[in-house]
Structures are given as structure tokens and as C-alpha cells.
Design a binder for this molecule. Structure first.
Ligand code: ADP
Length: 640
């Protein structure tokens, strides 16, 4: 057992004996090796924003006067269209940041390398390197890595000579505040109204096409991501994978697309009910382009839908309602996790170690005809629950209606839940979901930036909304192409008068995500870093020169953790559709009007069969379903 776990155990014992009082420590439970060992909590010398949020000047971004009943935005998914969602919590005192922040030192890889994470449904354990026959094989980190011309001092010298990285923030919209803080911390150069010559990075608030004249550098949006993540398209993409790998993709609730699949939905459900009369399923209907709970309702019978469906023609998804969610304090909650898709080719995915948990404001009861319309009981959206009289604006990160995810994990750990497994299952869900999206994203990409045509490269921060079932299995609710990066929240200062005030918990989580995304996208760093193993990359990124923020202070350690290609081996067999897409793009092109000549056809067959022979097109071994280990399969009746 690592030192960390001894410490956590001691902390948990202390917590049990004192009953509570875990606020300071709890945010670090998922530190460093996401899901694995981490030193105990630490308070950073600088918070993510560079100065304690509570101490910073609190700009009142704007004041709005309006009727409270109109406070729900009708606009896009999170910030899909015009970025109006208020995804925030009330002011908090003090801040917490990633552990090691005060040392700026990398995590000791050796401490972590023996710790592996189990992937649900495969019997495998996630680990940094490889595995054989489902058995885990601990891999030792190289002792003495001498790759490239670099050592830390060299990198510092190079960095000193370099011009600052330039960021065009003209189109950043509501991310602007967090972005500005990040750029300031990195001592990069912001171009708030754009620049005649090219910038290194372009930050768009909505879509890749916010500015169509970019021919170099990097843009923080992929073409087609918004389209891919609409509820219907996400459902289609996951369904394709469910057909190929049903066990692996059972984290997405059974869904039907309306109106086109109404008959199928109705027939399947009625048949199931006829076979088993005790079945009383509930379904949730979500409009395709909806967000913030807008237009969502629950039904118990397909017949109910017909009545409603007749009156509107909106495209929607009807989905099995997860009726046994994990509860905390008798309340349903969901998890917002930030995921960086750093590159599609090669596929690179990072997950933020800290996320947000958003709580309902009415105690949960399993759905019944009577409570179907109780939105404060069934829907976890902040924008809805903030309107309830029960919404708790708390100064603590671990209480109230919006908390850090780490505080929830800490709470679960204190109840004996195997949080490493929870994290491992979440990572697995994220990787599989991205794998489901990649094929079409590549087609969109090629349509916008054909090979040979000058264009930028892309990256994107996504917001994953995840629900934990009572048996701790994570379920994917949706993925937001433009998760709110606002670090202010709206507060009603007097009846009908609203102000934007800084929200330290949002600042803590979101500035870290943006800042570390920028650090990973640093063009010079990108080139040189790829020759380093991951733990050394972190060291380079956190090194005193590149990692030194404003006023010469060392930046916190990275809050983003690479999960792909780190876990490539375990997930490679799921990339079948992507390989077929590659062949499609290569031989037919996006427009499909390239005719294959005899030579092209020969190459197609050769490459295709090489892929098949090499196992590229084969689904790989059937996953082994492993029952969850004793004690990790549930929580006490009635929730935690
Ligand atoms: P929106 O984009 O409008 O927020 P979501 O898909 O996120 O739509 O759903 C809104 C809320 O409804 C979620 O935050 C969650 O609380 C609840 N929810 C969504 N899908 C399910 C489901 N299948 N089972 C249980 N609850 C769900």
C-alpha cells in the first residue's frame, strides 16, 4: 500500500471519528495519477487563477433586471450557440488546487505504476502500458530517459529565448474571463481584437467556424463537433458501437430516435411489458437541440408519448430513465467532467482530475405517475434547480447544491466505496465515447480541411455529463461540445435584480482546465514534449520557466491527465469503425466521387486485408464480464 493510501486511510479514520470536517482535504482525493495515489491535500501558494479568488477584485460583469421566472436561458446546449448557461455556484472562501502545486514537482511515477485500474466488462485493469490475457502486468518506468536534446535546464534556456505564445481571444465569448486569467498566468500574449498576422492559438466560443479565415495555428474547436454531439447524432454514434460491442457500450441508456423510431419504441416496450407484467419502465424525452433541461419530460407508457408527439414535430431522443441513481443526502446528482480531445490523429485524450457535481433540490423518489413532473427531483440541471427555494448556495466545496466531484468521491470513499474503480469506469466510458465519435469527426475534419489544403489543427474541451447508478456504474447522459466556461454566476441581489459575481469553485475547476489545455497546446512545447514519457512531460510543463506564471510563481501541477494513448492497448480493438473510415476517406474521399482505378483498388485490397490480417478490422476478444468486487457493488440502502 502506498504512503498516500495510508494517509487517506488515516484521514478517513479521523473523518469518521470527527463525523465531518473534511473540507480542506477532500479536493485532493483524485490527485495526480487520476484515480490513483496522490499525496494528501495541499493548499496552493497560488490558486488556479493566480490570486485567491476571494481576494481578487470582484468585477461585477453585468447587472440584469428581469423577472425571475425568465431566468432560464432558452439558448443552446451549455454554450452551444450563444453561451448563456450559468453553470456556477455561489462565492466560496479560499481555494484549493491540485496537490503538489506548492512544490511544482511531478508525481513520483514509481509510486503509481503498480496501481492499476479495473475496466468494467473486460476484467482488465487500466494501466499505463500493457496487459496479457486479461492479467495485469506492472510496467516499470524507464529509470533514465535521455531523449531529444532536452533536460530541464535546456528547456528553460530555450523557453527564455522564445517569443511568448500568441492567443487570439476575439471570439472567446463567455470563456473570455477564464481564458484571460489563464493567459496571464502563462505570461502569454493575448490579442483581444484579433491580429493581422497569424496567432499560435485561436480560442472560439462556439464553433470551428466562428472565424473561417484561419490557415495555420491551432483552433480550440473541431469542425462538426457541435453536430456530432447533438442528442440524436450522439445516440446514433453510440448505437453503432453498441451493435458491434454491446457489452462495452452498455453505459449509454437504451434510446430511440423520434419521430422516426416511434413505432419501434412502442412495439419493443409493449412487448417487454406483455412478457413481464411487473415491468414498469420510465422514459425520458429530450429534444434534439435542447439544453439545460429545456423541453425534457418523463413518461411511463409509449402511449403517453403519442399524445405529446402528435402536438409537436420536434426531433427528440426517448431514453430509458435510470430509476435507481446513487443518492447523496437522499438527493440525485450528476457529474460534469471536462475532457480535452487534444488531437484526432493520433488520438489523444485528457481528463480533468476535478469536476463538478450538481445536485437536485428535492429528495429523490423512484418515478411514479404522481411525481413524474417533479423536475427538482428528477433533473439535475443547475439552471433548473437554482430556481428552487431549496437550492443551497454554500461557501464550502463539499456541501450545497453544487460541489466539486472530488468532494463527492471523498464522501464515497469514507463510506467504503472503491473510488479507484469508479474513476476507472469513468475513464473507460470517456475513452469509449470519444472512440465512438472519432470516425465521423474525421470525415467532418477532412471536409473542412482537406489534406494538402492549408488549415489549422484542432483541439477541444468537452463537457461529459455522467450519472452514477446506485450500483456505482457510470452512465453517460450527454456530451456538451461547448461546456460553460463561465467563472461568474448570477446572483439575485434584490427581487428581480441579478448580478454576475465571481464563483471560486467554477474558477478553480475551469481556469485549471483552460490553462492546462493551453500548456498542452503550446506549439514549441508540443513538438519537444512528444519525445518525453508522460511523467516527464508533466515535469516540463510544470518547470520553473515554462511553468512560471505571473509574478514568477510556479504554476500548479497539471490538472489534465492523459488517458489516451496511455491506455491504447486496452481500447484498440474498439476502433474498427475508425479504420473503415480511414479506408473510406483514403479511397473514396469525403464527397465519394473518387473512382477507384485498378491500382487504387489493388491498394485498397492490400491495405484493407493487411488491416484485417493484422487484427485491425476484427473486434478482438470478446470481453469478459466480471462481477464487481465485493463491497464495490453498491452503497447502503437509501444511499450515502
Ligand atoms: P440537457 O442537455 O437538457 O441538460 P440532459 O440529457 O443532460 O439534457 O438531461 C437533463 C437531466 O435529466 C440530466 O442532468 C439528468 O439529471 C436527467 N437525465 C437525463 N437523462 C437521464 C436518464 N436516462 N436517466 C435518468 N436521468 C436522466
Amino acid at each position: 500500500m502506498s504512503d498516500h493510501y495510508v494517509k487517506v486511510k488515516v484521514q478517513l479514520e479521523q473523518m469518521k471519528s470527527s463525523g465531518e470536517g473534511v473540507e480542506k482535504e477532500e479536493a485532493d482525493i483524485i490527485e495526480d495519477e487520476v484515480l490513483v495515489a496522490s499525496p494528501p491535500a495541499s493548499v496552493s501558494p497560488i490558486p488556479a487563477s493566480g490570486a485567491p479568488a476571494a481576494q481578487r477584485e470582484t468585477p461585477k460583469t453585468s447587472v440584469t433586471c428581469r423577472n425571475q421566472s425568465k431566468s432560464r436561458s432558452k439558448l443552446g446546449k451549455d454554450e452551444k450557440n450563444t453561451c448563456t448557461k450559468q453553470d456556477s455556484v455561489p462565492a466560496l472562501q479560499g481555494t484549493i488546487v491540485a496537490s503538489n502545486a506548492n512544490s511544482g514537482k511531478p508525481v513520483n511515477r514509481k509510486d503509481n505504476e503498480q496501481q492499476m485500474l479495473q475496466i468494467k466488462g473486460t476484467g482488465k485493469m487500466l494501466q499505463g502500458k500493457t496487459e496479457t490475457n486479461g492479467n495485469t502486468v506492472p510496467i516499470h518506468a524507464p529509470e533514465d530517459i535521455k531523449v531529444g536534446p532536452h533536460n530541464k535546464e535546456d528547456a528553460n534556456k530555450v523557453a527564455k529565448r522564445r517569443k511568448p505564445v500568441t492567443v487570439d481571444t476575439f471570439k472567446a465569448k463567455t470563456s473570455l474571463e477564464a481564458l484571460k486569467l489563464s493567459i496571464r498566468q502563462l505570461k502569454w500574449k493575448e490579442f483581444p481584437v484579433g491580429r493581422r498576422s497569424a496567432c499560435d492559438i485561436y480560442w472560439h466560443g462556439v464553433s470551428f467556424h466562428d472565424n473561417d479565415n484561419i490557415i495555420s495555428g491551432q483552433v480550440n474547436k473541431f469542425p462538426g463537433m457541435i453536430e456530432m454531439l447533438r442528442k440524436i447524432n450522439l445516440t446514433r454514434a453510440v448505437r453503432t458501437m453498441q451493435e458491434l460491442f454491446p457489452e462495452e457500450y452498455n453505459f449509454y441508456p437504451r434510446s430511440w430516435i423520434l419521430p422516426e423510431e416511434y413505432q419501434l419504441f412502442s412495439t419493443q416496450i409493449n412487448l417487454a411489458k406483455d412478457i413481464d407484467l411487473s415491468q414498469k419502465p420510465t422514459f425520458i424525452i429530450k429534444p434534439d437541440g435542447g439544453s439545460q433541461g429545456d423541453g425534457i419530460y418523463l413518461i411511463r407508457d409509449p402511449g403517453d408519448l403519442r399524445v405529446i408527439a402528435g402536438s409537436h414535430t420536434k426531433q427528440s431522443v426517448v431514453q430509458e430513465y435510470i430509476h435507481k441513481p446513487l443518492l447523496i443526502d437522499k438527493l440525485k446528482f450528476d457529474i460534469r467532467l471536462y475532457v480535452l480531445v487534444k488531437s484526432l490523429e493520433p488520438l489523444e485524450i485528457y481528463i480533468a482530475k476535478e469536476g463538478l457535481s450538481r445536485f437536485c433540490t428535492e429528495p429523490y423518489q423512484e418515478p411514479s405517475q404522481k411525481n413524474l413532473s417533479h423536475v427538482f427531483m428528477h433533473l439535475t440541471n443547475y439552471s433548473l434547480n437554482v430556481q428552487s427555494g431549496n437550492f443551497v448556495h454554500s461557501d464550502s466545496l463539499s456541501s450545497g447544491s453544487k460541489r466539486t466531484f472530488s468532494s463527492v468521491l471523498y464522501r464515497l470513499a469514507s463510506k467504503g466505496v472503491d473510488i479507484k474503480k469508479v474513476w476507472s469506469d469513468i475513464i473507460s466510458l470517456v475513452i469509449k465515447t470519444v472512440i465512438a465519435l472519432v470516425p465521423e469527426l474525421k470525415v467532418y475534419y477532412q471536409a473542412d480541411i482537406p489534406p494538402g489544403k492549408p488549415g489549422p489543427t484542432c483541439f477541444q474541451i468537452l463537457g461529459f455529463d455522467i450519472l452514477l447508478m446506485k450500483n456505482l456504474k457510470p452512465v453517460l447522459l450527454e456530451v456538451n461540445a461547448n461546456p460553460s466556461m463561465r467563472i461568474e454566476h448570477e446572483q439575485e441581489v434584490s427581487p428581480g435584480v441579478f448580478e454576475y459575481v465571481p464563483s471560486p469553485v467554477d474558477e478553480e475547476v475551469k481556469v485549471g482546465v483552460i490553462r492546462d489545455t493551453l500548456r498542452l497546446m503550446d506549439p514549441a512545447q508540443r513538438k519537444s514534449l512528444t519525445s518525453y514519457p508522460e511523467h516527464q512531460q508533466e515535469e516540463m510543463l510544470g518547470s520553473p520557466v515554462r511553468g512560471t506564471g505571473e509574478e514568477g510563481r510556479v504554476l500548479p501541477s497539471m490538472c489534465l491527465k492523459q488517458v489516451f494513448p496511455k491506455y491504447t492497448k486496452q481500447f484498440s480493438y474498439l476502433r474498427t469503425v475508425e479504420r473503415i473510415t480511414a479506408l473510406f476517406l483514403r479511397f473514396l474521399g469525403v464527397k465519394g466521387n473518387m473512382r477507384l482505378g485498378p491500382t487504387g483498388f489493388r491498394t485498397f485490397i492490400r491495405d484493407g486485408s493487411a488491416g484485417i490480417c493484422g487484427g485491425l478490422l476484427l473486434p478482438g476478444p470478446a470481453p469478459v464480464q466480471v462481477p464487481p468486487p465485493e463491497g464495490a457493488g453498491g452503497v447502503p440502502a437509501g444511499g450515502v
